[in-house]
Write a protein that binds this ligand. Structure first.
Ligand SMILES: *[C@@H]1O[C@H](CO)[C@@H](O)[C@H](O)[C@H]1NC(C)=O
Ligand SMILES: *[C@@H]1O[C@H](CO)[C@@H](O)[C@H](O)[C@H]1NC(C)=O
Length: 218
């Protein structure tokens, strides 16, 4: 008799937890992730392919993830032209990296929702140059016009979109000395580079979504 009551009690507890879990998952706090990276940086490329996209595939359905990507990294300097009408930037991995970053910035401007831009930005990432990127990345269901995006990447507007991110870096990531540089709710976590999905599950998304791997004790 006693054992049966305990069983019923535990079942009720489990059921109430489950429904409570669903409720909080829907209404729970958003997790705000902001990342900075460089178009020719292999660590950024790796992170996008093996952490960013897979994380979204696994945790996107929780409705709890906000994301913001900025193609702007370290060892980058931009100076305004003499007439103040244009800007000239130098990038960590050279001229073609600036162009790749500019192409990514143009895509992000055209598709402000990260769910829409993340696949294309990841495709552009790490390509030899913008010609290679434009050939590979504007096929398929995207509504973006390849010619327009290529023009944007090489225009004053594209350079401005790119260089404007310098201000954001000085506001929210002044200590950035590495990319990818990942902020979660405004704070930088190195762990988010190495194991984004696991780290979000373990530290930020409570109650734990069913898609999460086993918890790691840090
Ligand atoms: C882009 O890279 C490809 C492959 O390395 C090369 O064949 C092509 O000439 C490059 N284009 C430009 C504009 O640099
Ligand atoms: C996340 O961003 C949203 C919208 O920008 C904001 O309202 C919320 O306070 C942020 N949450 C945290 C934990 O920073």
């Amino acid at each position: 008799m006693a054992i049966k009551s305990i069983f019923i009690f535990i079942s009720l507890l489990f059921i109430s937890n489950l429904s409570h879990g669903k409720e909080t998952e829907r209404n729970g706090e958003m997790v705000n992730i902001t990342a900075f990276g460089e178009g020719r940086c292999t660590d950024t490329s790796f992170w996008m392919k093996w952490h960013w996209l897979p994380m979204w595939r696994m945790l996107g359905s929780t409705g709890r993830i906000n994301f913001d990507y900025h193609p702007y990294g370290i060892k980058t300097t931009c100076v305004d032209s003499d007439d103040g009408d244009d800007v000239k930037c130098e990038c960590h991995h050279g001229e073609r990296e600036c162009l790749l970053n500019q192409l990514q910035a143009c895509v992000i401007e055209a598709l402000p929702n990260f769910e829409e831009y993340m696949e294309i930005v990841t495709c552009i990432q790490g390509k030899q140059n913008i010609t290679m990127a434009s050939e590979a990345c504007f096929e398929g269901p995207t509504k973006l016009d390849r010619t327009k995006m290529m023009e944007c990447a090489q225009s004053r507007h594209g350079r401005k979109l790119f260089s404007d991110q310098e201000n954001l870096v000085s506001q929210i990531a002044p200590e950035m000395d590495w990319v990818p540089w990942i902020l979660i709710n405004g704070k930088r976590y190195k762990e988010a580079e190495e194991d984004l999905w696991q780290f979000l599950c373990d530290k930020f998304i409570d109650p734990r979504p069913i898609h999460c791997p086993k918890k790691i004790v840090y």
